[in-house]
Design a protein around this ligand. Structure first.
Ligand SMILES: [Zn+2]
Length: 282
C-alpha cells in the first residue's frame, strides 16, 4: 500500500468493507448456518472474517472457475492478436498468411512431417541456428511449406519474416544509408527469416551484395533461415556462378528437404477444372 502511506490497514479495510459485504443471492442459492451457498456448485458464497460481524462475500467454486476461464480466454485472445499483428508485418501477401499445415493436403507426407517437426521444435532448432533448404521442381510446394513453417512459428509467438529474394534485393538496392541499414536490422533481428526462391534472381553485383549482407548477418548471429530454391543441394554446394559461393556457404546450417510430391499448381489446376466441370454438369 505504498500509494496510501497515511492510511492504516484498518482504515483501508473499512473503505473496502461495503463491497466485501455486498451480496445478492442467485436463484437456487440456499442458506446454511448463516452463510449463503451456491445453488449450482453447492460451495460457499460467503464466509466469516475476523472482526466483521456480517459474513463477507467470496467466489464459490463455479464462479472461481468461470473467472479463471475468462482470464485465460482474455490472455489467449491478446496473444492471438499479437500474433496476427506479427503475421501482417512479417508476411505481406495475404494469400501466403493462409498457407498453414491445417490446409496441407499432404501431397508430400515426408516433407510435410519434416516441416511440421521443424516448426514444433522451433525454439530448439533456432538455438542451433538450424534452418531448412526446401528444394524441388517448380510448383512442387516449396513456398507453401515455407509459409506453413513461417505461420506456425508466428502462431507460437515468434517473429518470422517471409520475403521473395527478388523483393529483398530490390528493397536493398533501392534504399541507401540508414534505410538500407534498417532493412538489414529487421531481417537480422527476426526469429525466422524465409527467403523464397533464392537463385532465381539475376547474378548482379547489387544482388550478390544484398544477399550476402542479409545471409551473412544471420549466419554470424546463428539465426535460422528457411530457403526455397529451384536449385539442387549440389548447386548450392558448388554454385555454377562463383560469386555465389560465399553466399551459399553461409546456408550450411540449412537442412535440405526435397519436396517430391506432385506439382501443387497442377493439382490446383485439376481442382479448378473439376469445379468447372461440375458447374457445367449442373
Ligand atoms: Zn457456484
Amino acid at each position: 500500500m505504498t500509494d496510501t502511506p497515511n492510511m492504516s490497514m484498518d482504515e483501508i479495510y473499512k473503505i473496502f468493507l461495503p463491497w466485501a459485504l455486498k451480496f445478492e443471492p442467485d436463484e437456487g442459492d440456499y442458506k446454511r448456518e448463516g452463510l449463503w451457498y451456491c445453488g449450482k456448485c453447492r460451495t460457499a458464497r460467503q464466509q466469516w472474517a475476523e472482526g466483521v460481524s456480517e459474513p463477507v462475500t467470496i467466489d464459490c467454486k463455479c464462479r472461481t472457475e468461470e473467472n479463471q476461464r475468462r482470464a485465460a480466454a482474455e490472455k489467449e485472445a491478446a496473444l492471438r492478436e499479437k500474433n496476427e499483428r506479427n503475421r501482417e508485418r512479417g508476411i505481406k501477401e495475404p494469400a501466403l498468411r493462409g498457407m498453414t499445415f491445417a490446409v496441407d493436403n499432404g501431397h508430400d507426407v515426408t516433407a510435410s512431417k519434416l516441416c511440421k517437426k521443424y516448426a514444433e521444435k522451433f525454439e530448439r532448432v533456432a538455438a542451433e541456428g538450424i534452418g531448412l533448404l526446401l528444394t524441388g521442381n517448380v510448383g512442387s510446394g516449396k513456398t507453401f511449406y515455407a509459409c506453413c513453417v513461417a505461420n506456425a512459428v508466428i502462431d507460437s509467438g515468434h517473429k518470422a519474416i517471409f520475403t521473395k529474394t527478388t523483393d529483398l534485393i530490390y528493397a536493398m538496392s533501392a534504399n541507401y544509408g540508414r534505410d538500407r541499414a534498417n532493412i538489414i536490422d529487421r531481417l537480422r533481428g527476426c526469429d525466422l527469416l524465409v527467403l523464397d526462391d533464392i537463385g532465381a534472381e539475376k547474378n548482379t553485383e547489387a544482388a550478390n551484395e544484398a544477399l550476402f549482407a542479409v545471409i551473412d548477418a544471420r549466419y554470424t548471429d546463428k539465426k535460422p533461415i528457411v530457403v526455397t530454391t529451384n536449385l539442387s543441394p549440389n548447386d548450392i554446394k558448388n554454385p555454377a556462378v562463383i560469386e555465389r559461393k560465399r553466399i551459399y556457404d553461409r546456408l550450411a546450417r540449412c537442412t535440405p528437404v526435397n519436396i517430391r510430391g506432385g506439382s501443387l499448381r497442377a493439382a490446383e489446376g485439376d481442382a479448378a477444372k473439376r469445379t468447372f466441370a461440375s458447374m457445367l454438369a449442373k
